[in-house]
Design a protein around this ligand. Structure first.
Ligand SMILES: Cc1ncc(C[n+]2csc(CCOP(=O)(O)OP(=O)(O)O)c2C)c(N)n1
Ligand code: SF4
Length: 288
């Protein structure tokens, strides 16, 4: 993977993006075209000929990534390049908000593409603005001081409702799990969606050395649940098994207190987050 993800990129220290990109490059051995709408990754990988990612990249306008990917897929098919994967790599702002219409259209048409939403839960590149994927009570520069009033939009669930062949959630704390999911997605044709939880030290206000720890705590506290959905079945992934199957779950305070974006939260706010987490777990359990 070193051949594809080069050192010396423009990411902030502790950025989750290179971890995700390394795993993608390893899973596809570089045989992919990455479609990237405006986001931190546009800056991290840079533009030709100075790109830090040695893969084919198409930088797209914000709202059109899934449409551009659909067109690329068709063009590659016409040239007999069926094995080259077309992958959208987009942030939560570009996916849950601005790209939602083209994403929904591509999913409904069952386009033969892989869509990866790396979810750092805000618009980081333009200065930590709230997205619809920002969790309830989290601070951003466009939320009240006591945090966001609305709950996180569940894009993976929206994709399941589109009846696409493959939907998964993943985390940068578990690259092997992500790798296996990318390999699974590679075996399947049609629309595939992966939502990758990606804690951002700058926007979430934690020390740059703690990115993987924060990501792991999200899973261990049940705030982020890893699963796959295919053949009309939901399967919980290994790292989330203790939470879902054995009820082994860490208190949400372990996750919340390590990040300063929740520093103005009170007891009622913590209970509200806990209710959301418990509802999510119940939803997963009903589908097992
Ligand atoms: C149509 C349009 N509106 C706004 C922008 C400015 N812009 C560039 S990156 C960005 C934030 C992207 O957020 P997200 O998709 O969550 O990715 P992140 O920056 O967090 O990696 C915005 C608003 C733009 N490039 N194009
Ligand atoms: S703001 Fe966050 S996601 Fe963006 S480059 Fe910096 S660490 Fe990475």
């Amino acid at each position: 993977m070193r051949e594809h993800v080069l050192p010396g990129d423009a990411a902030c220290p502790g950025c989750p993006i290179p971890i995700g990109l390394k795993t993608v490059a390893a899973a596809f051995n570089g045989n992919a075209v990455l479609v990237i709408p405006a986001c931190c990754t546009s800056v991290v990988v840079g533009t030709y000929p100075y790109s830090s990612l040695k893969m084919n990249i198409v930088h797209t306008p914000f709202a059109s990534s899934a449409s551009v990917a659909s067109g690329l897929r068709e063009a590659l098919k016409q040239r007999g390049l069926e094995d080259t994967q077309v992958i959208v790599w987009a942030g939560d702002g570009g996916t849950a908000d601005i790209g939602m219409a083209s994403l929904s259209g591509a999913a409904e048409r069952n386009e033969d593409i892989i869509y990866i939403m790396y979810d750092n839960e805000a618009y980081m590149n333009t200065g930590i603005q709230r997205s619809s994927s920002t969790p309830i009570k989290a601070w951003t520069t466009t939320t009240p001081v006591y945090g966001k009033s609305e709950p996180k939009k569940d894009v993976a669930r929206i994709m399941i409702a589109h009846n696409v062949p493959y939907v998964a959630t993943a985390s940068i704390a578990y690259p092997q799990d992500l790798y296996q999911k990318l390999k699974k997605a590679q075996e399947i044709r049609g629309f595939r969606f992966i939502q990758l939880h990606s804690p951002c030290p700058v926007g979430w206000r934690f020390d740059a050395s703690k990115t993987v720890e924060v990501a792991r705590l999200a899973v261990e506290t049940g705030m982020w649940i890893l699963y796959e959905y295919f053949d009309n079945k939901l399967r919980v992934s290994g790292p989330s098994m203790p939470v879902i199957k054995e009820g082994k779950i860490k208190p949400i305070e372990d996750y919340i207190k390590i990040q300063r974006r929740f520093s103005n939260i009170n007891g009622e706010g913590i209970l509200e987050i806990q209710r959301m987490r418990d509802n999510n777990i119940e939803w997963i359990k009903k589908l097992l």
